[in-house]
Design a protein around this ligand. Structure first.
Ligand SMILES: Cc1cc2nc3c(=O)[nH]c(=O)nc-3n(C[C@H](O)[C@H](O)[C@H](O)COP(=O)(O)OP(=O)(O)OC[C@H]3O[C@@H](n4cnc5c(N)ncnc54)[C@H](O)[C@@H]3O)c2cc1C
Length: 455
């Protein structure tokens, strides 16, 4: 790293101690930069506190609950699973507190100054904390993430958002989840598996826009098998309290839903850019309030960068981390070309069963490559479900292009999809063809083998 400029308090100020901010701070410090990190809330941001980590913890117990039921089906003498939420939440939160401690330790080891305060930009190189301290640095990283959006409809305050979901201490008897994106799908699956009766209300005609439609259609069937009903084309206009303390939905035609104990909005997220001094510093935003960045994460103001959910890129923790690390390699280690390749990023929705994708969906590929697209698919019952006579089905798809049949999309719905996809994502990124899959000997008996056995 070049010499620090003594005219500045730090070489880098990071605003936000979530996935992107922490990764950027650690990588810059590794390169010898003097770093200040400003974060008023617990370390780890959305992912650690109200996102990936507690969500996956809930998914794991929900999955266990389904497996216990299957065990009974297969001859084990186990009673119907009953989760003691208080006990489990203690385990979940202990896991999270350990992550906080480990981050704090790494900050100390890397001599990163943590200021537990909100920050706002004053000029292109000056930040003011909520307790009035002014800091200057030639480089500033904005990684303030996003927050759940509550629709502007009458009675919206009666509903919960995903942050509130993690405050629940029991499974409500009847739940309405509004929204068919990944958060809606994930929370519905968890609650249904833990004993709620869930209804999903979706404005559009399908779940999980951006995922393969054959798979999401199968997922609706799998959810119905567990008891979750999905209502498509439902435009919620208001939430209304009923006399007995329940809540019901009113749609655009004035029709009322049945009453629910809890209603959860999963209707999108907004970048956290309010009161950050962005306009004052001259930083350009897009129409949805995301900070506009170029391929190198630079904003419209030299020396100020942004990563993660505050930008319009895929809102995923590993994306925020990867972008931040490459940025710091460029700024503090002289790796002039370092930038994240945003193509072919694999992602999984922790539904029941999970659904994952990497690369193009069939419809995206057909739009781009027309008749040169060839699709392979296989639908099957995973062995455990077949043994237990559960109707849950898996569906795997390969999207290939051209005479050489280059694999441009891999789409998995089913038991184990979350763990299977990562390795195949490497292969897709390396440009494999269908022939390479055909040449690979299967691992038997697994679900994963279906990917190398498609005809
Ligand atoms: C329910 C849910 C489930 C999810 N599941 C997954 C998953 O399974 N896998 C996955 O990859 N991603 C998942 N995500 C997305 C993931 O959590 C985000 O993509 C990731 O946290 C983004 O990181 P970030 O650094 O951009 O922002 P965040 O992690 O949101 O961190 C931003 C931080 O900035 C702080 N901040 C805000 N304003 C200021 C300010 N003015 N001054 C100082 N600090 C400020 C905030 O307090 C926060 O700590 C999930 C999200 C949700 C909501």
């Amino acid at each position: 790293m070049r010499m620090s400029d003594p005219g500045f308090d730090f070489d880098l100020i990071v605003i936000g101690g979530g996935s992107g901010g922490l990764a950027g701070a650690f990588r810059a410090a590794t390169h010898g930069a003097r770093v200040a990190l400003l974060e008023p809330a617990p370390l780890g941001g959305t992912c650690v506190n109200v996102g990936c980590v507690p969500k996956k913890a809930m998914w794991l117990v929900a999955d266990l609950s389904q497996k216990i039921s299957m065990a009974a089906q297969l001859g084990f003498s186990v009673p119907a699973p009953q989760l003691d939420w208080a006990e489990f939440i203690a385990h979940r939160q202990r896991y999270i507190v350990n992550i906080h401690h480990s981050y704090q330790q790494r900050l100390d080891q890397n001599k990163i100054a943590l200021l537990p305060a909100r920050a706002r930009l004053i000029t292109h190189d000056t930040v003011e904390t909520s307790d009035g301290v002014r800091l200057r640095a030639p480089h500033i990283l904005v990684a303030t993430g996003g927050h759940p959006l509550r629709p502007r409809i009458p009675g919206a305050e009666l509903g919960l958002v995903s942050d509130d979901f993690f405050q629940l201490c029991s499974a409500p008897a009847r739940v309405a989840v509004i929204g068919g994106g990944y958060i809606g799908v994930e929370l519905s699956g968890v609650l249904q598996a833990l004993g709620s009766r869930v209804d999903m209300f979706v404005r559009g005609r399908r779940l999980l826009q951006g995922f393969d439609e054959d798979l999401t259609t199968q997922l609706v069937q799998d959810y119905l098998h567990y008891g979750t009903r999905t209502h498509f084309g439902f435009d919620v206009q208001a939430l209304e309290q009923t006399g007995d303390g329940c809540i019901r939905l009113r749609d655009a035609l004035g029709e009322h839903s049945e009453p629910f104990d809890k209603i959860i909005f999963a209707t999108g997220r907004r970048p956290s850019t309010d009161d950050l001094g962005l306009e004052q510093a001259g930083i350009a935003l897009d129409a949805k309030g995301h900070i506009t960045v170029d391929a190198y994460q630079s904003t419209s103001v030299p020396g100020i960068y942004a990563v993660g959910d505050v930008t319009a890129h895929e809102a995923l923790t590993p994306v925020a981390i990867a972008a931040a690390r490459r940025l710091m390699d460029r700024v503090f280690a002289g790796d002039a070309d370092a930038k994240l390749d945003y193509r072919d990023i694999a992602t999984v929705v922790f539904a029941h069963p999970p659904v994952g994708k990497v690369g193009m969906t069939e419809s995206e590929a057909r739009l781009q490559h027309g008749d040169a697209v060839r699709v392979y698919r296989t639908g099957f019952r995973p062995m455990l479900h077949a043994l237990a006579d559960s109707p849950q089905r898996s569906l795997f798809k390969l999207v290939c292009v051209g005479d050489e049949e280059r694999v441009v999309g891999i789409h998995l719905l089913g038991e184990g999809a979350d763990e299977i996809l990562q390795g195949f994502a490497v292969a897709l990124k390396r440009g494999i063809t269908k022939r390479d899959l055909d040449d690979t000997v299967a691992i038997h008996p697994t679900s994963a083998e279906e990917l190398v056995l498609m005809r």
